[in-house]
Write a protein that binds this ligand. Sequence first.
Ligand code: TRP
Length: 364
Amino acid sequence: MPASTLPARPVPAEPFPVELARRRSAALDAAIREDPGRFRVLTGDRPTGPLHVGHLFGTLLNRVRLQDLGVGVMVLIADYQTITDRDAPESLPSDVLGQVADYLAVGIDPGRAAIFAHSQIEALNQLLIPFLSLVSVAEVGRNPTVKEEFGTAGGSPMSALMFTYPVHQAADILFCHANLVPVGKDQLPHVELTRTIARRFNERYCPAEPYFTAPDALLSDAPLLLGTDGQKMSKSRNNAIALAASEDETARLIRGARTDAQRTITYEPQSRPAVSNLVQLAALCLETAPEQVAAGVGDGGAAALKRLLAEALNERLRPIRARRREVAADPGYLRQVLADGNERARALAAQTLSDVRALMHTSY
Ligand code: TRP
C-alpha cells in the first residue's frame, strides 16, 4: 500500500486522538504485511523484574509476530530508565539477563532481532544533548507521564532524569531510525514528542533533505490485563504472574486472585472487572472468545473458573517456560546475545551520531 493512502497522522491535541491513531495503525498493519522490509520497530521494557503475562499478551507476542513477518525488530532493555526514581539496584545484572531470557523464551530470535541495553550504547545517549535543545521545558512538562510523576511524587522530588525521559526515549527510537513504535494508548504522547524532535531537527539542520523520519505509533489492540488483585498489573504491585513462575506458583496466584460475590461467571468488563479479567486471560490462552469461556464455566463459579484458568495458562506457558529454563541455564549464552545486540546497536548509533554531528556543524 502506498504511504499516501494511509489516513492522516493524528494531530497532537488534548485529549489525544486515539481513534485516529487506531485507524492509522490498522492501515500500517496492512502496509507491514505488504512490505515488511520497509519497517524497523523499536520496543523495549525497563528491567525492573521478571516479565509477566501482561507483557506476553500485551506486547511480546506482537513483537514476535512482527519479527516473523520480516520486520526489523530492535528490543531495548531500558536500564537507564530504572534510575529515574530509584538508585540502581545490585540486582540489575541478573534482572537484565533475566529479561534477555524472557525475550528468547517467547520467541525473539537474536539472529534477526537485536536485544540491547541502552546504557551500553554511548552514541545513543549522546543524542540526548542535541535533542534536549529542540524542546522546551514547558513541552516536556506537558507530557502526561511526566505530569503525573509531578503529581504523585508525594513529597519526594522528581529527578531531572525522570523529567527528561521522554526525550531520552526519542533518542532510543531515532538512533536506529525506527519508523514504528508499538505502544499502548498511554504512550502516544511519547511518540508524538519523538516526532516533534525529528521534525525540528530536520527543519533546523537539513530542511532540504530531512534526515530523521518521524516514527509512527503502532497502537496495540491487545486488551489491558489486570493483576490478580483486579488492579493494573505491574511488577511493583506484586499482582503479576511472571513468565518464569512455576506451575504451582501460577496456580497459587490464580487461586488467590480477586473475584466477586456473584456465583455465575459472566464476561462484563465494566461491571465485573476482576472476574472478567480472569475470563479474558483464559480466553487468550485458549484462543477463544471470553463470552465462550464465561458461558462454559457458568454456575461453576469462581473456583471452577480459576481451575480452568490455571490449567489453560500453565499449558500456554509450558513451551515458553521450557525454553526459558534452557537458555537461563547458560548465562554465558545470554551475555553473548546481549553483547551481539549491543554491538549492532552501537554500529547504528555511531553512524547516526556521526551524521548528526556533520549536520549540526560539530564535526571538526
Ligand atoms: N518506557 C518503556 C517501559 O516502561 C521502555 C522504553 C524505553 C521504550 N524507551 C522506549 C519503549 C522507547 C518504546 C520506545 O517499558
